[in-house]
Write a protein that binds this ligand. Structure first.
Ligand code: PLP
Length: 464
């Protein structure tokens, strides 16, 4: 009997989960007391749970299910590849068709000067690769002291030791003595929370110029790279002011340091272009990819490298690799995913049809008494909850209290929206239709109304 097809009722599943399963980014006992929802199947933008409830997935899983759930073509691509060649490595003088074909396809989709790919199993380990890649590059160029990589507070670059070190999440650094040596940080371009009395334009320049100051402080001959998400995702969908990225680009060029664009969320259509770098107008030397690369159907990630960086790397043996670098089944699934994204015109449809439609509805949420700014780029969006939008005030209650209440109301109303502190964020599948956007917005508004009523009843609308 297939245990996965004949599972016990919800309460029993929850008890088993509590007994045996440790969840990521979770307080295990708190979750066990509450009981997780058991997701059993999904189609398009809709999740189904073990009680038969249908939930609209405003987050595309974890920002990854770009083509939507339930595309049999990907299952068939995986089955075909598993039967043909389920595994082989590319370490010792061998290669295989799925890895080289996926690398070629990525070179086609990436900016013109980026044509070579190193594979990983996800975004975190791809960023670990990037640390070694950057340092190896500079060592090969005869400047081994260029070890430092500059990142930003509140950035997310993954959860391995390297990824979490590159990330600027203080809660993650606090567990396990991070960051590793050679990582430095500047502040994020979050105007709503940190812009004070500055205009967004002036603030964007100020935050970008922190990079130049940091380079001078460390010494330009010691800095190897700057890493950033074109638009911060897990940090709360922080859309930088328009002045920010051109100034960053000017600074990295001036000092000759490598620019790593972490495209794990922004890549593969999320922002209305193939890559977020194109949306914000930058020219990276390395792009981290994962998530939307396979629409989350199977784990795969990697680093796309510019021709100039690859030319140096190719001169030496790179002592680095993962057993599953370029896994044939993962590559086959990713190729099929990219075929669907491309042939069905999903990226163009986001840019021209669904993202503009979502933008109008999303920005209208700023009318709600609880909502300060409403920001959106393509299919990633955020709202800031505030007790007083005229002063961009924070709540007197502990940060995240209002966000948690709102998220719980969303969950009860069968819409997945995530809270990051007191920001609410969405990142739906790119396949979402305008009718489904209407449902998503109606449920978001209802949840905001209920959250507002609860904050009022609990006397939590006080300004901090
Ligand atoms: C999710 C994410 C990662 C980590 O990817 P994993 O596949 O979870 O290892 C890295 N960078 C960014 C920007 C991400 O959003």
């Amino acid at each position: 009997m297939n245990i996965l097809a004949n599972y016990p009722p919800t309460e029993e599943l929850q008890a088993l989960d509590a007994a045996y399963h440790l969840h990521p980014f979770t307080h295990a006992n708190a979750l066990a007391a509450k009981g997780p929802r058991v997701i059993t199947s999904a189609k398009g933008v809709w999740l189904k749970d073990s009680d038969g409830e249908e939930i609209i997935d405003g987050m595309a899983g974890l920002w990854c299910v770009n083509i939507g759930y339930g595309r049999d073509e990907l299952a068939e691509a995986a089955a075909r590849q598993m039967k043909e060649l389920p595994y082989y490595n590319t370490f010792f003088q061998t290669t295989h068709v799925p890895a080289l074909m996926l690398a070629k396809k990525l070179a086609e989709l990436a900016p013109d000067n980026m044509n070579q790919v190193f594979f990983a199993s996800g975004g975190s380990d791809a960023n670990d690769t990037n640390i070694r890649l950057v340092r190896t590059y500079w060592a090969e160029k005869g400047q081994p002291e260029r070890e430092v990589i500059i990142s930003r507070w509140n950035a997310y670059h993954g959860s391995t030791i390297g990824g979490a070190s590159l990330g600027g999440m203080k809660g993650m650094h606090g567990q396990g003595s991070l960051p590793i040596p050679g990582i430095a940080f500047i502040d994020q371009p979050n105007w709503w929370a940190e812009g004070g009395d500055m205009t967004p334009e002036a603030f964007g320049l100020e935050r970008a110029r922190q990079l130049e100051n940091k380079i001078k402080e460390i010494g330009p001959d010691k800095v190897g790279a700057f890493i950033a998400e074109p638009i911060q995702g897990a940090g709360g969908v922080i859309v930088p002011p328009d002045t920010y990225w051109p100034e960053i680009q000017r600074i990295v060029k001036k000092y000759g340091i490598l620019l790593i664009a972490d495209e794990v969320i922004c890549g593969f259509g999320r922002t209305g272009n193939w890559f977020g770098s194109q949306t914000v107008g930058i020219e990276p030397d390395i792009m981290t990819i994962a998530k939307g690369l396979s629409s989350g159907y199977i784990p795969i990630g990697g680093s796309i490298v510019s021709d100039a960086v690859a030319a140096i790397l190719r001169e030496t043996e790179f002592n680095h690799g993962y057993t599953y670098s370029g896994h044939p089944v993962a590559c086959a699934v990713a190729l099929e995913n990219l075929r669907i994204l491309e042939e069905e015109g999903m990226v163009d449809n986001v840019r021209d049809v669904t993202a503009p439609y979502l933008r109008e509805k999303w920005e209208a949420l700023a009318d709600h008494p609880l909502v300060g700014e409403a920001k959106i780029v393509g299919m990633m969006a955020s709202i800031a909850l505030t007790p007083d939008k005229s002063t961009r005030a924070v709540f007197a209650a502990e940060a995240g209290t209002a966000g948690f209440i709102c998220r719980d109301r969303c969950f009860a109303n069968n819409i997945i929206m995530r809270s990051v502190g007191d920001r609410m964020i969405i990142s739906p599948p790119l396949s979402i239709t305008c009718d489904e956007i209407d449902i998503l917005i109606a449920r978001a508004r209802k949840s905001l109304d209920e959250c507002y009523a609860q904050l009022k009843a609990d006397d939590l609308l006080k300004v901090g």
